[in-house]
Design a protein around this ligand. Structure first.
Ligand SMILES: *[C@@H]1O[C@H](CO)[C@@H](O)[C@H](O)[C@H]1NC(C)=O
Ligand SMILES: *[C@@H]1O[C@H](CO)[C@@H](O)[C@H](O)[C@H]1NC(C)=O
Length: 616
C-alpha cells in the first residue's frame, strides 16, 4: 500500500519539483525530444546521401507535383525543379566540362534559375560559390580568387558588372558564362540555348560519388564590417544542420515560406531554401524585400512562415497601419536580430505570430534557438545542447579588446546573468572550417587555452548574457561596445533608449575618438519619423532620465536614412570614421551641453573640443 502511494506521490512530486525549479522544464524536454528526432532522421538520411540534395530528391519522389518554387506568378513543382537542374547539370558537365570538386561561382540575384543551378552543382559534386550580387570590380575579383573558381556563371542583368572586370578575369583564367542566348561579346559565353536543348533525364549518381559529409558544399561570403569579404567554407554537414532549423522550429510540411532574403547569404540559402528542401514545403520566392508588397504577397499566396533578419521587422512595423494588418495566415516568423520593442509591437499589430529568434554565424560552430518565444531572447540554453556542443561565456576586456586571463593564463567564465564573450569549443562535432585562402583570419577567430591547456574555441565576437532561467540575450558585437570613462557602453542599450523618444524612427549608436581622451565617447545617428523635426529637449530628457552620464550620446547626427548592410544590419564603420566634425559632415549635428541639452554643433565647439579647451 505504502509503496504504491509513494510511487503515485513520486509521479506527482517529481515533475512538480522539476517544474518549480525550472518552469520551462517541459518545454526544454519537448524541444530536446524534437531535436533528437530530427537528428536521428538526419543521420538516417545522411547514410543514403550525404548532402541536402538527398533531402530534395526524396521530396521529388514523395510529391513530384507539389509546388516547390513560386516566382512572379509562375509555379514550379518539385519534379520540374529536378528536371531543370538535370538539364543544367548536363550542360555544365558536357559543355563546360566541370568536374567533381570544382568551385563554380554564381553571380546572380534571386530567381528560380539560381536554385536550379545550385541543385545542378550538387548533382555534379561541385562547390557553389555564392557571390554577393551587389559587389563590383575589386571585390568581385577578390571573391573569385578566394575560392579558386575557374568558372563564373552570371545573370544577364549583371553583364555590365562582369564586362567591367573581363580583362582581369581572362588573366586569371576564369571562364565566364552568361545566362542569356547570345554567345558573342568578348569572351562571354551564353548558356541558355544549350540548357533549353539538353535532356532532363537524371545524371549518374557516380558523378558525385566523392561527396562526403565533411566535404565542402558551398562558399558563403561574410560581409565583415571592415575589409574585403571572407569566403566561409560550408560543409555538407553544416548545410544539413542549418536546414534542420526549420524542423526544430516546428515548420510543418504544409507550410508556405515567403523567401525574399538574398540567396547568397546564410539566412536565405541555408535556413530558408535548404530548410524548405528538408521539410518539403512550398517557397514563394521574391527578388527582393519590399514593405509595400509584403503582406499582399503573404495574403495572395497563403504564406504561413516568414523569415526576417536585422531591421526587417522594424520596417514592417513602420508602415502605415491598415485594417487588413491582421488579415493573413502567417503563423511563424523565424530569424535573427529583432529588438524586444519591435517584437512586442509586431505581435500587437499583426496578431498571433510565433516569433522564433535564432542565433548563429555562417562560419560559427554554435547556435541557439528561442523555442519558448520569450520576447527579447535570442535563444534558450538546453542541457542537451550543452552536452553536444560545449560553449562558454568568458570575461572580455573592451579596452584591450581581448579576453581577460587569470593568473594561470586561462579565460574566466562570467557568472550567470553577466555579459561575456561567446566562444564555442572546436571539436569534431562542432568544427570550425574557417575561411578559404585566409589562414590569418581563420587563426584570428580561434582562441587557444581557454579553460584548459590545449583547448581551442571559436571566438564568435558576440557579447551575450544568459539569465538564471537559461534565456540567452544578445548584448553587442565586440567592436561595437565601446568604453568611456572606464565604463563599458553597450550600443544596443543606448539605441533602445533613444528609440523611446517620439520623434526618433531609427537609431544607430557608436563610439567616436576625441583627441586627448581615453576610450571613445557615444554618438548616435538618428532618422526621424516622417514630417517631424528633431525634438532636442525630449531627447535630452530621455537620455538624462534613463542613461548614466558616461552612456549618454555626446553627439547626435540626423540622417535621412541609415545605411544598412546586405543583411539589413546597421553600418557603423563609415560613421565612426567621419566622427563629429561639422566641417566634413553635412547632416545636422548636435552636441550635448550638460547645462543646456542638445545644441547645434558648430565649428567653434568642434575646435574647442579637439584643442582641449572643452573637456568632455
Ligand atoms: C574520387 O575518389 C576516388 C577514390 O578515392 C579518387 O580516385 C578520385 O580521384 C576522386 N575524384 C575526384 C574528382 O576527386
Ligand atoms: C489560399 O487559401 C484559400 C482558402 O483556404 C484558397 O481558397 C486559395 O485558393 C488559396 N490560395 C492559394 C494561392 O493557394
Amino acid at each position: 500500500m505504502l509503496s504504491i502511494f509513494n510511487i503515485l506521490a513520486g509521479l506527482v512530486i517529481v515533475p512538480l519539483f522539476l517544474y518549480i525549479r525550472n518552469p520551462y522544464f517541459f518545454c526544454d524536454l519537448s524541444y530536446a525530444f524534437r531535436a533528437m528526432r530530427c537528428v536521428i532522421r538526419m543521420l538516417r538520411k545522411q547514410k543514403l546521401c550525404p548532402s541536402i540534395l538527398g533531402c530534395f530528391l526524396e521530396k521529388v519522389e514523395m510529391h513530384p507535383h507539389k509546388p516547390f518554387i513560386v516566382f512572379e506568378d509562375t509555379s514550379y513543382s518539385y519534379s520540374q525543379a529536378d528536371k531543370q537542374s538535370n538539364k543544367i547539370a548536363r550542360v555544365l558537365s558536357t559543355h563546360v566540362q566541370v568536374k567533381e570538386g570544382d568551385a563554380i561561382a554564381l553571380f546572380m540575384g534571386n530567381e528560380p534559375l539560381y536554385i536550379w543551378i545550385c541543385l545542378a552543382l550538387a548533382k555534379l559534386g561541385c562547390i557553389a560559390s555564392l557571390l554577393n550580387s551587389n559587389i563590383r570590380s575589386k571585390s568581385l575579383l577578390h571573391c573569385l580568387s578566394c575560392c579558386d573558381a575557374k568558372v563564373l556563371i552570371a545573370a544577364e542583368d549583371l553583364r555590365g558588372a562582369v564586362e567591367e572586370v573581363m580583362p582581369a578575369l581572362r588573366q586569371q583564367g576564369v571562364r565566364v558564362f552568361i545566362l542569356s542566348d547570345d554567345r558573342d561579346s568578348e569572351g562571354l559565353e551564353g548558356l541558355r540555348d544549350q540548357i533549353q536543348q539538353a535532356s532532363d533525364q537524371p545524371l549518374s549518381p557516380q558523378l558525385r560519388a566523392n561527396t562526403t559529409l565533411k566535404g565542402p558544399a558551398l562558399y558563403i561570403y561574410t560581409s565583415g564590417t571592415t575589409g574585403l569579404p571572407k569566403a566561409a567554407l560550408v560543409t555538407h554537414e553544416r548545410v544539413m544542420h542549418a536546414a534542420l532549423m526549420f524542423s526544430l522550429s516546428n515548420v510543418r510540411a504544409d507550410d508556405v515560406l515567403y523567401l525574399y532574403l538574398p540567396l547568397y547569404h546564410t539566412s536565405g540559402f541555408l535556413m530558408g531554401l535548404c530548410g524548405a528542401m528538408e521539410t518539403g514545403i512550398t517557397v514563394i520566392l521574391k527578388r527582393k524585400f519590399s514593405t509595400s508588397q509584403f503582406w499582399n504577397d503573404c495574403r495572395k499566396h497563403n504564406v504561413t512562415v516568414i523569415q526576417y533578419i536585422g531591421e526587417i521587422m522594424r520596417y514592417l512595423c513602420n508602415t502605415a497601419q491598415s485594417s487588413s494588418d491582421r488579415d493573413h495566415k502567417v503563423r511563424m516568423a523565424i530569424g535573427n536580430g529583432i529588438r524586444a520593442d519591435t517584437w512586442s509591437e509586431f505581435l500587437q499589430r499583426f496578431g498571433d505570430v510565433r516569433i522564433c529568434e535564432c542565433y548563429g554565424a555562417t562560419e560559427g560552430n554554435i547556435g541557439f534557438i528561442n523555442y519558448i518565444g520569450k520576447v527579447g531572447a535570442i535563444g534558450k540554453e538546453n542541457f542537451l545542447q550543452r552536452m553536444a556542443t560545449p560553449y562558454a561565456l568568458i570575461k572580455y576586456d573592451t579596452e584591450k579588446e581581448e579576453p581577460v586571463r587569470d593568473s594561470r593564463g586561462f579565460c574566466v567564465e562570467v557568472p550567470k546573468g553577466e555579459t561575456g564573450l561567446l566562444v564555442g569549443k572546436i571539436c569534431s562535432r562542432s568544427p570550425f572550417k574557417g575561411y578559404a585562402k585566409n589562414k590569418q583570419q581563420t587563426e584570428r577567430k580561434k582562441l587557444q587555452d581557454v579553460l584548459v591547456k590545449g583547448d581551442v574555441y571559436f571566438n564568435s565576437g558576440d557579447l551575450l548574457k544568459i539569465d538564471h532561467q537559461g534565456f540567452v540575450y544578445f548584448q553587442d558585437r565586440i567592436g561595437d561596445t565601446y568604453r568611456w570613462k572606464g565604463e563599458n557602453v553597450a550600443t544596443t542599450e543606448v539605441s533602445d533608449c533613444l528609440l523611446a523618444v517620439d520623434c526618433v524612427e531609427e537609431a544607430n549608436v557608436y563610439g567616436v575618438k576625441v583627441p586627448g581622451h581615453e576610450g571613445r565617447i557615444g554618438m548616435a545617428a538618428l532618422t526621424l519619423k516622417e514630417g517631424v523635426d528633431f525634438d532636442s529637449s525630449a531627447t535630452y530628457q530621455q537620455v538624462k532620465s534613463y542613461l548614466p552620464g558616461y552612456a549618454r550620446p555626446q553627439f547626435i547626427r540626423i540622417q535621412d536614412a541609415l545605411m544598412v548592410t546586405g543583411t539589413f544590419k546597421q553600418m557603423k564603420c563609415g560613421l565612426v570614421e567621419e566622427g563629429f566634425n561639422p566641417g566634413i559632415i553635412t547632416d545636422p549635428l548636435y552636441y550635448l551641453d550638460n547645462s543646456k541639452g542638445y545644441v547645434p554643433m558648430t565649428q567653434d565647439l568642434f575646435n574647442s573640443i579637439t584643442e582641449g579647451r572643452i573637456r568632455l
